[in-house]
Design a protein around this ligand. Structure first.
Ligand SMILES: [Zn+2]
Length: 342
């Protein structure tokens, strides 16, 4: 929320990411303060959605929360996940697919280990590719956790660091210092990019960190599966979130995961969207598929995932009418948002 940047810089950096595998990014001082969205960062609403692949269907009633990860910052540092650029999204087609989550903090803010494990990567990625290209995370730390998931290793990646405070082979505990916040590699401003990888330490083995990070006291999260009547995902569908008592004000918005093989749902939940860091209470989700406007009331409980399976047919014919709601002159425009951080 602190990055003030200009649109062409984003363009240049994306071109650099795609075309110059060994590009040297020179950290540039970035102004901090109230973020100002740029015109180029305002997404165009997508009115035509096509269903994606048939989605995995683990039974969420059998799933249990697996909040293995502590938060990577201590007060007074910012600890909220930047919700406008969630895991699996592209910011409405404008940015690279996000394989993790971002937490913004000033350069040099200490980053703390989120779980016990052993450091397997610490340093720059100039010669070894851990992301889309080399010099993608700039300076990173990868920790293989002591705990395994269904007999598979679990990795946590900390990216864009200014400094790394650990070395390969080091055993670390929750809360140990990993390094400091930077903007190394492909980053538009100082922030931590956090990834969870299951099975292999590769770019396409990621899972949504929202579902692994322990909620703050009094907060929970919503996760869900937005699918059509044939079990196919609705990719990059825009979902608006309202507090139940404030239907006149968009509380948050997000996009469901892209339809891309590098983005997988959680093995336990099978979600294609999540909304972290929500105070317990009643909310209403709203989405528009074609001309069909649907709403869904959801209750968030502290320390839990509220999981919803939200099925909207492709032809709009086989479901009951959407929840009645007050008419609105026009569908609200996208929220103005700061530049995402990659
Ligand atoms: Zn990121």
């Amino acid at each position: 929320m602190r990055v003030v940047c200009i649109a062409f810089l984003l363009l240049i950096m994306l071109i650099t990411a795609a075309g110059k595998a060994t590009a040297q990014e020179t950290p540039t001082p970035v102004a901090t303060g109230t973020p100002r969205p740029t015109p180029a960062a305002t997404p165009t609403p997508r009115s035509l959605l096509r269903p994606g692949r048939v989605w995995p269907t683990p039974d969420p009633s059998q799933a249990h929360e697996h909040f293995w990860l502590a938060r990577p910052f201590a007060p007074p540092a910012e600890d909220d996940i930047e919700y406008w650029y969630p895991y699996g999204s592209t910011g409405a087609g404008q940015y690279l697919i996000h394989h993790g989550v971002d937490i913004g903090n000033p350069m040099g803010t200490p980053i703390l280990s989120v779980a016990p494990g052993r450091v397997i990567v610490a340093g720059e990625d100039l010669t070894t590719t851990y992301g889309l290209t080399t010099n993608f995370y700039g300076r990173l730390v990868v920790v293989e956790l002591n705990q395994r998931w269904n007999d598979q290793p679990v990795f946590v990646l900390y990216g864009h660091l200014q400094t790394a405070a650990v070395t390969i082979g080091q055993e670390i505990q929750t809360g140990d210092r990993i390094g400091t916040v930077g903007m190394a590699g492909i980053a538009l401003g100082p922030h931590l990019h956090l990834e969870v990888r299951v099975g292999k330490n590769t770019y396409d083995s990621v899972r949504n960190p929202d579902l692994w990070l322990r909620p703050f006291s009094g907060q929970g999260l919503i996760a869900g599966r937005l699918i059509d009547d044939k079990g196919r995902t609705w990719p990059e569908a825009r979902i608006l979130i309202y507090k139940a008592e404030r239907r006149d004000r968009i509380w948050r918005e997000l996009y469901t995961y892209v339809d891309d093989p590098s983005i997988s749902p959680d093995d336990a939940w099978g979600e294609n969207f999540s909304i972290p860091d929500l105070l317990a209470g009643d909310y209403v989700l709203e989405t528009k598929i074609g001309n069909r406007l649907e709403t869904l009331p959801v209750t968030v409980r502290p320390g839990e995932i509220t999981f919803v399976i939200w099925q909207i047919p492709a032809d709009g014919s086989s479901l009951p009418s959407p929840t009645p709601r007050a008419p609105r002159p026009t569908y609200p425009p996208p929220m103005r948002r700061p530049l995402p951080m990659l």
